[in-house]
Design a protein around this ligand. Structure first.
Ligand code: ZN
Length: 473
């Protein structure tokens, strides 16, 4: 439905007039260091998280909204009387502050037209923008045909157990958007698989052999560093057999007295959903080891591992799982963690599968490949890909609003990572980062521009109105 120019003007004027109030509320929310902490009664993710949720809910109820706190996991506020067709999901928990900040990360700093502080863009700023969007619609008395629910969660950064808890008891709204990603609209999220596997061999005493191997920091990251300890091998041998073979990874050696040699591989770390922007130090190191002609069981296992994870490959070709589709692109895989000692080699990997595929399909090809290389599967877990039809009225409505408000062409995007609505059938990510912007999410000096804060609020308000008043949804 078209929203009249008059209504839009009143709405946008109203939100413009609330700019200072938005900044002030955001500053209050930033002041809670709502990093996941020790659970206590009514505070499953720690007291600061619960207090931040209470602050948001008491603000909403002071504006006249019916609110509810769901055991400290999720807080909700209702807009309108009709059937709730739309959910707007934002979260109030944040990642740890980390280093490098100009000033205290939990004291909002206003400078250069921006609000700086942990959570400014992820996701307290967008939560504030959504709160004011609801408020403006309510206070201006703009008619709506159905209802919307603001869902404020508290565990997005650590696995979204908040939503799992909430949706066990409440039925999900037919449509949902979360301003916890980027514009225009993220409608496709790849599926994800995590596998751990291992092999055992008899450690043979003495001679040319692998003694130790360690690499990677997290299962969802391209490993930026790895090292091995070998015996009976000279540094020059390593350098000769690795020269030019692992572009982007630096191989260095250190000889120890007694005949052992430490081999270090230094690559480039990256998120597992974008392995093309990293350089895998583990697969390079495995490549080095497999070229040394070592005969012990551990080295042989490392060579077999290298044969299914050759350096430079992240499309699963050697695992027999290479696949792609037009909508979401190629499957990606990362061997992200390895460790070897005393005959036991342990590995973990991360896979992002395209939307046309399924966990079962990839599993049926992957496990035989890993087992065929002599490894035993220790654990397997997967999440199916997520998609909302880009031609659906809901997505088209959000894209229309985006185009109208920014003047840019709106089209859907697919990502390898998962957002807050991955498990919600009708859920997409909508904002709050604009294309080409870097708001230092999860990093130091995270910020949101005050103009963008207000623009986000206008975009959400218009989107909510259009969805609630659409006769086609
Ligand atoms: Zn977030």
């Amino acid at each position: 439905m078209e929203i009249s120019q008059d209504i839009k003007k009143r709405l946008f004027d109203e939100l413009d007039s609330k700019k200072e109030e938005m900044v002030s509320l955001l500053s209050r929310l930033i002041a809670y260091p709502s990093v996941k902490g020790e659970p206590s009664e009514g505070a499953p993710f720690g007291l600061p998280v619960r207090r931040c949720l209470d602050e948001a809910l008491s603000t909403l109820s002071s504006w006249g909204f019916a609110t509810e706190c769901h055991d400290g996991y999720v807080g909700t506020a209702e807009l309108g009387e009709g059937e709730t067709v739309l959910g707007v999901l934002a979260h109030l928990d944040v990642v740890a502050a980390g280093d490098g900040w100009t000033g205290d990360p939990f004291t909002a700093r206003i400078a250069d037209g921006r609000v700086y502080g942990r959570g400014a863009i992820d996701d307290k700023g967008p939560a504030v923008a959504a709160m004011f969007a609801l408020r403006a619609i309510k206070e201006l008395g703009i008619p709506i045909k159905s209802g919307a629910r603001l869902i404020l969660g508290t565990d997005e950064e650590n696995g979204s157990s908040d939503l799992a808890y909430y949706f066990k008891k409440q039925s999900p709204p037919r449509y949902a958007f979360t301003p916890d990603g980027s514009y225009p609209v993220i409608n496709i999220e790849k599926g994800m698989i995590r596998v751990s596997f291992s092999s055992e061999s008899q450690p043979c005493p003495g001679g040319r052999m692998l003694l130790w191997l360690e690499g990677g920091a997290a299962v969802n990251a391209v490993p930026g560093s790895a090292y091995a300890l070998v015996s009976g091998v000279g540094a020059s041998e390593v350098i000769k057999s690795s020269q030019g073979l692992f572009p982007g990874v630096e191989i260095s050696c250190k000889e120890f007295e007694g005949g052992s040699l430490r081999i270090d591989a230094r690559g480039v770390s990256a998120h597992a959903s974008t392995p093309e922007s990293g350089k895998n130090a583990i697969t390079a190191l495995l490549g080095v080891l497999s070229r040394l002609g070592l005969e012990d069981g551990g080295s042989k296992a490392a060579s077999r591992l290298s044969s299914i994870f050759p350096y430079g490959e992240s499309d699963g070709l050697s695992l027999g799982i290479k696949m792609s589709d037009r909508e979401s692109g190629a499957l990606t895989e990362v061997l992200s963690l390895v460790s070897y000692q005393a005959g036991r080699l342990e590995c973990s990997m991360d896979i992002r599968l395209p939307v046309s595929s399924s966990v079962g399909e990839v599993k049926s090809r992957l496990l035989p490949a890993i087992e065929g290389a002599g490894f035993k599967i220790d654990s397997f877990g997967g999440t199916e890909p997520h998609r909302v039809d880009e031609d659906s009225e809901f997505v088209k409505t959000l894209l229309e609003v985006y185009e109208e408000m920014t003047g840019d062409r709106g089209s859907c995007i697919a990502i390898g990572g998962g957002t807050y609505v991955h498990e919600l059938e009708g859920g997409v990510a909508f904002g709050a980062e604009f294309i080409g912007e870097d708001n230092h999410m999860h990093s130091f000096d995270e910020f949101i521009s005050i103009d963008r804060l207000v623009l986000n609020s206008k975009i959400f308000a218009l989107a909510i109105l259009k969805v609630l008043n659409s006769g086609r949804l």
